[in-house]
Design a protein around this ligand. Structure first.
Ligand code: UD1
Length: 342
């Protein structure tokens, strides 16, 4: 019998790529998603790639009773991978309560009912935003955690603190928190990728939508930072590499290789690219010319963020396989496929 994994937010960007990885490695997957920022069509896309349609539960995880009964129904699961959360930074600044309510109540409900049902393994989708504006680069897991600039980011920090407290109790919980740097890219088939609702906030979907003619012009937020070309530097990581890291974290939990009840890992490549470098690489890879202009800084943006990936390499036995050109080419293939679908 296959081992069952509950994946919340499995219809979303990173969740869906992780579901593909899990199915391809012979796990049975149950997706729980409220479809608030995703689409049921993702199930068809996953099926097209893997030949298997995962089970799907359309549930709002803030709902205590429904969450309780869904965990009872799937109490034969061996782990939960929790992606379901709101993630738009600017929106979280405008609607902090909506973010705290959604991201934290759902987390609390999941943890309560998975523990009640004896499902003791948990993987959390965290973010490099918990490092704030780091003084030391590259960022190791020992870097100080700072108050993130946005309520969105703060929900990630608080969630990790909840986990920290919970593993100290007799809950038997074994948890791994994965701090993502900047996920971009899409599945190599071109059938799965990022599908932002409305106007994208993040750089890569904004670039591909501008090149596809959906957006008129890309705004580059500031070129007066203390970086190689004045634009901010980020550690962009291919979403398929990220998905594979979840698989490795899961195997570590299932094989009981954990050294402490809550482990934390950075997931990045260790390489920093500036916004202008990404644009140049996009233009070169896709042989197009991007319409962009430099505008003023976006409030809350950090100058430089890139990971030290040593810990994940050593303990998860994981390393990124894809370079920046592959990340960009796959994002573009996905965007072009989307255009052809319409
Ligand atoms: C942000 C969040 C991060 C979150 C991630 C995914 C912070 C500090 N960062 O990352 O926590 O996990 O989104 O939602 O809260 N840029 C442009 N023009 C654009 C868009 C972006 O120039 O139209 C630039 C930004 O200034 C930045 C870089 O591109 O320098 C990357 O931006 P983005 O993709 O939004 O990611 P982050 O802000 O790094």
């Amino acid at each position: 019998m296959l081992q069952k994994i509950i994946v919340t937010g499995g219809c979303g960007y990173i969740g869906s790529h992780t579901v593909v990885e899990l199915i391809s490695n012979n796990f049975e997957v149950v997706i729980i998603d409220d479809l608030s920022n995703s689409n049921k069509k993702t199930l068809e896309r996953i099926t097209k790639i893997t030949g298997v349609c995962p089970s799907f539960e359309h549930i709002d995880l803030k709902d205590i009773e429904k969450t309780k009964s869904i965990f009872k129904k799937h109490n034969d699961a061996v782990a939960v991978i929790h992606f379901a959360a709101f993630k738009a930074v600017a929106e979280s600044v405008k609607e902090p309560l909506m973010y705290y309510r959604n991201n934290l109540l759902s987390l609390i409900n999941i943890l309560e009912f998975q523990i009640e049902e004896g499902i003791t393994n948990f993987i959390f989708s965290s973010s490099a935003t918990v490092y704030g504006a780091p003084e030391k680069l590259p960022i190791t897991e020992k870097n100080e955690v700072q108050r993130p600039f946005s309520p969105y980011g703060n929900t990630k920090k608080i969630a990790e603190e909840i986990l920290e407290d919970l593993v100290k109790t007799s809950s038997n919980l074994s948890a791994i928190s994965l701090r993502y740097f900047n996920p971009i890219g899409a599945h190599e088939s071109g059938f799965l990728g990022e599908l932002p609702n409305g106007i994208p906030n993040n750089l890569m979907p904004y670039i591909t939508q501008t090149a596809a003619g959906i957006r008129e012009e890309l705004h580059v937020f500031g070129n007066d930072y203390d970086t190689k070309d004045g634009t901010p530097v980020r550690d962009y990581i291919h979403v398929v590499d990220l998905a594979e890291a979840h698989l490795k974290a899961l195997q570590r939990l299932l094989n009981k290789e954990q050294e402490k009840p809550l482990e934390i890992y950075n997931l990045g490549t260790g390489n920093g690219y500036s916004v202008l470098e990404i644009i140049k690489s996009f233009e070169k890879t896709t042989n197009t010319s991007l319409n962009y202009k430099i505008v003023k800084r976006r409030p809350g943006d950090v100058e430089k963020l890139y990971a030290d990936t040593t810990l994940a390499e050593e303990k998860l036995n994981w390393k990124c396989k894809h370079g920046i050109d592959e990340m960009i080419a796959s994002s573009w293939k996905w965007e072009e496929n989307l255009k052809n679908e319409q």
